[in-house]
Ligand binder design. Structure first.
Ligand code: ZN
Length: 444
């Protein structure tokens, strides 16, 4: 007997998402299909790179103050059980922007690019009349991986103009300059717009020049993490919140703030997130704030969701159907009230270059070990661990020997996703800047 949810409800979607021909996309009514909701128009997405939910005030942490995020969570919707689908910046954003898991969107290793067979969030909204802009914080989410697709403005000129120092290319952009440019773009652009801001200064390595205020307020162990989180709340979240309010955009804009992955923060080890799919890196904060009749008033959703759900849910909020074949769920009012579909979720995660794949429910996480270079291993991966997250939230106690039925159940689900594949494009552009960024961040 397999403990857990109704398995029939777990088969969510099949097949590859197809990009509909441009000519077949019609502008749809902005009214929600139920007709009693005022659809949101603008979309502002904010990535807080590497930020763990358990280091934010609105998730119960008391070691750092995050008043701006807390205020947004208090009037919006906070996802208690949100996860990423890969503990790397590019993999996580690939899932976010396509609503599909890495095997389907094609972006699994640093040298992949998004499959031409999937439609990106920016392509979809652009095709439906939105103006779109992206302000990526690093070359890890650049044109080389295909992240520019669908954006009218993909603001990566700073990469071309990167200064070099000792042969090393700078791997991140100046946040204040990015923010100023994004604000200017929003003020001048035709609505509705979709804009993505990528805050990279919470990422580890190289150590940032953290102002003394943030150093002095935290213990040595945490100052470089909590200090950076505190600064992000002020200089990123607070600034964006104020801008949207001051300019009147908040009345017709959904603001979604999330991390792409978490961070392992050992007692003495350096920060790391490119590993075994541990809970520290898998769980991410996700907060949405929307105006008018969509206002959630501080609701906290305690069911599993993934970054793949953001794209289709934004479609729901704006009155669009998501692309066919998308793997994420379009969360509707029933999901938010009852969570019946969500209780039955199995979410897929992987760190393909390092050989880890996983299936995760609200209770269980099964991690499999795969050698990507060994076909026998790919066909029959070894079990790296099974964790009961209800009784072992950190996922440290391997129970695979005690629950063989659960292992086989989740292994089958995991392999079903793992073996899906698009006819992905090969990685060609931007090789050097990505390689330098990977080195600077300690990935290679
Ligand atoms: Zn990242």
């Amino acid at each position: 007997m397999i403990p857990g949810p109704d398995k029939e409800a777990l088969i969510l979607f099949g097949g590859l998402p197809q990009l509909a021909p441009r000519g077949s996309l019609d502008l749809k009514s902005l009214d929600n299909e139920r007709g009693n909701r005022t659809a949101v128009r603008n979309i502002v997405l904010v990535t807080l790179d590497c930020v763990r939910p358990d280091h934010l005030g609105c998730y119960g942490y008391r070691g750092v103050e995050t008043p701006h995020l807390d205020q947004l969570a208090a009037c919006g919707l906070l996802f208690e059980e949100a996860v990423t689908h890969g503990p790397n910046t590019w993999v996580a954003h690939g899932a976010l922007f396509t609503g599909c898991y890495p095997p389907v969107n094609g972006l699994r290793s640093p040298h992949d690019r998004l499959s031409p067979q999937v439609v990106t969030m920016a392509e979809w909204f652009s095709a439906h009349g939105w103006t779109t802009a992206a302000f990526p914080g690093t070359s890890l989410v650049g044109r080389g991986h295909g992240f520019h697709r669908g954006f009218d403005l993909f603001d990566d000129k700073w990469l071309e103009a990167m200064e070099t120092s000792g042969g090393k290319v700078l791997w991140r952009r100046n946040w204040k300059q990015a923010l100023a440019k994004a604000f200017e773009w929003m003020e001048e652009s035709r609505e509705p717009f979709l804009v993505w801001l990528h805050y990279i200064d919470t990422h580890h390595l190289p150590i940032l020049d953290l102002p003394e205020y943030y150093r002095s307020r935290f213990s040595p162990r945490w100052q470089y993490y909590d200090g950076k989180v505190s600064r992000a709340d002020t200089e990123c979240v607070g600034e964006i919140k104020r801008f949207l309010e001051d300019k009147g955009f908040s009345e017709r804009t959904v603001l979604a703030i999330f991390a792409d992955h978490g961070e392992e923060l050992g007692e003495d080890g350096r920060p790391l997130h490119d590993g075994e799919l541990k809970e520290d890196v898998v769980r991410v904060p996700l907060i949405m704030v929307a105006p008018g009749t969509w206002a959630w008033g501080g609701k906290r959703l305690c069911h599993p969701v993934g970054l793949v759900d953001v794209f289709p849910t934004l479609c729901k909020l704006t009155g669009l159907e998501p692309p066919s074949g998308i793997q994420g769920l379009s969360l509707d009012e029933e999901d938010l009230l009852w969570g019946s579909r969500l209780r039955a979720r199995i979410l897929y995660l992987e760190n393909w270059p390092k050989g880890f794949v996983a299936a995760r429910t609200s209770q269980w996480k099964l991690v499999l070990r795969v050698d990507p270079c060994d076909e026998a291993s790919v066909r029959g991966p070894k079990v790296a661990g099974l964790y009961d997250l209800r009784n072992d939230p950190g996922g440290t106690n391997d129970l695979s020997g005690s629950y063989p039925d659960v292992v086989e159940w989740l292994r089958a689900e995991c392999m079903r996703w793992f073996t899906m594949s698009p006819s992905g494009g090969s990685w060609e552009e931007g090789m050097e800047s990505v390689k330098e960024a990977l080195e600077a961040l300690g990935y290679i």
